[in-house]
Design a protein around this ligand. Structure first.
Ligand SMILES: NC(=O)C1=CN([C@@H]2O[C@H](COP(=O)(O)OP(=O)(O)OC[C@H]3O[C@@H](n4cnc5c(N)ncnc54)[C@H](O)[C@@H]3O)[C@@H](O)[C@H]2O)[C@@H](O)CC1
Ligand SMILES: Nc1ncnc2c1ncn2[C@@H]1O[C@H](COP(=O)(O)OP(=O)(O)O)[C@@H](O)[C@H]1O
Ligand SMILES: [K+]
Length: 502
C-alpha cells in the first residue's frame, strides 16, 4: 500500500527537523535522490550522462534549491546545464554551487520565454524546480508561459524528459487541483512521502511516474490523505474457492442491467463479472436483453423478477438501464436491500442521501456533477474535473455511500473515511462500455467477498481493487491495439491469473 499525505502534513512533519537545524541536510538528501533518479533516466534514454544537455527551472523557494543542487551533481558528471531562474531570489547557496560547477544562468522574462522553450525542447532533461509544497495558486507569469512544454511521454518524436522536483509546479500538493497553469512531467521525484496532490485530478495526470525519496520524515507522519493499493494488497482481497465450496457458497451476483435501448451494457457487465469469478450470475431485465444474455453467456440465469424475489449476495444495477422503469425500480430496491450494491450509470440519478457504505456509486465526472446537483450542491463538470478529490469526498459524505469516481486516476471515497486512488489504467480505456465492465468486476468482488465488512473503508478497498484490476486489464488489452470493451473480460482473466499465481 502506498500512502500519500497532504503537502501541509509533510511540511508540518518537516518542521521539527527544520527547527533542529536539519534543513540543509534534508535538502542535500532530497537533491541527491533527485539527481539519482534524473541520472537513471538519462542513462536509460541515451546511455550516458556525459555530453547530455540539462535545463533547470528554478523558482524562489527550497524546491529551486533542490533542483539546482541536483543539477550541480549532473554537471560534475559531464552534463552541460543551464539554470533558468523564474524568480529574482533563488536559493543563493544552491545557485553558487551550480555556478561553481560551470552551470550557465539566465533569468526568465516574458520576452525570452520562446527562446527558453526552444532550449528546453532541444535538451535531454528538464528539471522542474519552480514550485514545491510552498506554491500558492497556479504558475504566474512569466513561468506560466512554460506550461506548454510537453514531456516525452506525451509527445511522439524528440522531446526532453521532464522530471518534477517534489511535485509538478502549479499543482496543489494537498488536493491535486490545478488552480491555474502547471507543468507536466514524465517522472516526479517526491521527498519524505508522496503528496496527496500526486494521486488525484490534474496532479495525478501531470506527475507521470512517481518515485519517493526517503529523507527521514516517516515517523512524523499520520493520517494519509490518499492510499493506493499495490498488487499484494489486491491479491489479499481476492476470495479463492475452497474445496468444500459450491456455486451458492461461492457467491451469487444479481445484475439488473440493460434495456431495449442499451442491451450491450448488460452483456459487458455480465461478461466481466463471470471473468472475475462468481458462483452464479442471476440476471434481471427485459425479454430482448435476457435473450441476448442467454446467447452470449449461457451460464447466467435470467429472470424478469423483482429484487426482493431474487436471492443473491450482491447487486449490480444501472449499466444500460436507460429510461427502463423496471430497471430503475430494481436499482432503488438494490440500494435499500442492505446488500452490497454497485449503482452505476443511469441508476445514479435514483440515488438519495442516507445510504450505507455497502452501496457503491460509480459515476464518471458528468454523473457525479448531476448527483451533487440533485443533492442540492450545484456544481459543473469543469469544477469536478479540476478538483475531483474534494468532490468525491463530498458525494460520499452527502450520500453515506462509497463513491468511486472514474477517470485517469480513479478515486474511491468511503463516507467520512479513507480515500483510495488507482492509476493503472490507460487512456485507451476511455471507450464506450468500459465502465460497464468495471461494474461487473466490482459486483463479482462484492458477491464473493468472504472477509465481510472489515471496518470503515472495507467496501472502498474492494472498489479500489476493482478499479485496479480494470485498469490493468485495459493496459494489457492495449498492448494488442486499441481497447474494445468486449475484449476486456479475456484480459481480466489474465490479470486475475497473475494475482492468483503470485
Ligand atoms: N523544508 C524542508 O525541510 C525541505 C524542503 N524541500 C523542498 O522544499 C520545497 C518547499 O520549499 P518552500 O517552502 O521554499 O516552497 P517552494 O519551493 O514551493 O516555493 C515557495 C516560494 O515561491 C513563491 N510562490 C508561491 N506560489 C507562487 C506562485 N504561484 N508563483 C510564483 N511564486 C510563488 C513564494 O513566495 C515562495 O517564495 C519542497 O517542495 C521540497 O522541494 C526539500 O528540500 C526537503 C526538505
Ligand atoms: N483518460 C483516461 N485514462 C484512463 N482511464 C480512463 C480515462 N477516461 C476514462 N477511463 C476509464 O474508462 C472507464 C469509462 O467508464 P464510463 O465513462 O462509465 O464508460 P461507459 O459508461 O461507456 O461504460 C472508467 O473505468 C474510467 O476510469
Ligand atoms: K516542482
Amino acid at each position: 500500500m502506498i500512502s500519500a499525505y497532504p503537502g501541509t502534513a509533510v511540511r508540518a512533519a518537516e518542521q521539527p527537523l527544520l527547527d533542529a537545524g536539519a534543513g540543509p541536510e534534508l535538502m542535500q538528501k532530497a537533491a541527491y535522490g533527485l539527481y539519482r533518479a534524473a541520472a537513471g533516466l538519462l542513462l536509460r534514454r541515451r546511455g550516458r550522462i556525459y555530453g547530455s544537455k540539462t535545463v533547470v527551472l528554478a523558482g524562489a523557494g527550497n524546491n529551486g534549491g533542490d533542483a539546482l543542487y541536483a543539477a550541480s551533481r549532473l554537471l560534475a558528471r559531464g552534463s552541460s546545464s543551464t539554470a533558468v531562474l523564474t524568480a529574482e531570489d533563488v536559493h543563493s547557496a544552491a545557485l553558487a554551487a551550480f555556478r561553481g560547477r560551470g552551470g550557465k544562468v539566465l533569468t526568465l522574462t516574458e520576452e525570452n520565454t520562446g527562446t527558453v522553450l526552444a532550449l528546453c525542447r532541444s535538451s535531454d532533461l528538464v528539471l522542474d524546480g519552480i514550485l514545491g509544497t510552498g506554491g500558492k495558486g497556479g504558475l504566474r507569469a512569466p513561468a506560466a508561459g512554460l506550461a506548454v512544454l510537453e514531456p516525452a511521454r506525451l509527445r511522439r518524436g524528440q522531446a526532453p524528459a521532464v522530471v518534477a522536483c517534489d511535485l509538478p509546479s502549479g499543482i496543489s500538493a494537498d488536493t491535486g487541483a490545478a488552480p491555474g497553469a502547471f507543468l507536466r512531467a514524465d517522472l516526479t521525484v517526491t521527498f519524505g512521502a508522496p503528496k496527496t496532490g500526486l494521486m488525484a485530478g490534474p496532479g495525478a495526470e501531470a506527475a507521470g511516474q512517481i518515485e519517493c525519496v526517503d529523507i527521514g520524515l516517516s515517523t512524523h507522519l499520520e493520517a494519509p490523505g490518499i492510499q493506493r493499493l499495490e498488487a499484494a494488497d489486491i491479491a489479499g482481497l481476492l476470495t479463492v474457492p475452497a474445496p468444500g465450496d459450491h456455486k451458492y457458497s461461492r457467491g451469487v451476483l444479481g445484475i439488473a442491467a440493460g434495456s431495449a435501448a442499451y442491451p450491450g451494457a448488460a452483456v459487458l457487465a455480465t461478461g466481466a463479472a463471470l471473468a472475475t469469478g462468481v458462483g452464479m450470475v442471476r440476471f434481471l431485465g427485459p425479454e430482448p436483453v435476457r435473450r441476448l444474455i442467454n446467447l452470449q453467456h449461457p451460464e447466467a440465469v435470467c429472470a424478469e423478477s423483482a429484487v426482493a424475489q431474487t436471492h443473491v449476495q450482491a447487486w449490480v444495477a444501472g449499466p444500460g438501464a436507460g429510461q427502463d422503469e423496471d430497471q430503475r425500480q430494481r436499482a432503488v430496491d438494490a440500494m435499500a436491500s442492505g446488500l452490497p450494491a454497485v449503482i452505476d450509470a443511469d441508476a445514479i440519478s435514483a440515488v438519495v442521501s442516507s445510504l450505507g457504505p455497502q452501496v457503491i456509486l460509480t459515476p464518471h465526472a458528468g454523473e457525479l456533477t448531476a448527483l451533487l446537483t440533485n443533492l442540492g450542491k450545484s456544481t459543473d463538470r469543469a469544477a469536478v474535473e479540476a478538483d475531483p478529490l474534494s468532490h468525491v469526498r463530498r458525494a460520499a459524505d452527502l450520500t453515506g455511500a462509497t463513491v468511486l469516481l472514474k477517470g485517469w486516476a480513479t478515486l474511491v471515497a468511503a463516507p467520512g473515511g479513507p480515500v483510495y486512488s488507482q492509476a493503472e489504467a490507460t487512456p485507451w480505456l476511455a471507450t464506450a462500455g468500459s465502465g460497464d465492465t468495471l461494474s461487473g468486476i466490482l459486483g463479482a468482488l462484492l458477491a464473493t467477498d468472504s472477509a465481510g465488512p472489515g471496518g470503515p473503508g472495507h467496501y472502498a478497498r474492494l472498489a479500489a481493487a476493482a478499479a485496479s484490476i480494470h485498469g490493468r486489464a485495459g493496459a494489457l488489452s492495449a498492448l494488442e491495439g486499441p481497447v474494445e470493451a468486449s475484449r476486456l473480460p479475456a484480459a481480466i482473466r489474465r490479470v486475475l491469473a497473475g494475482f492468483l499465481q503470485s
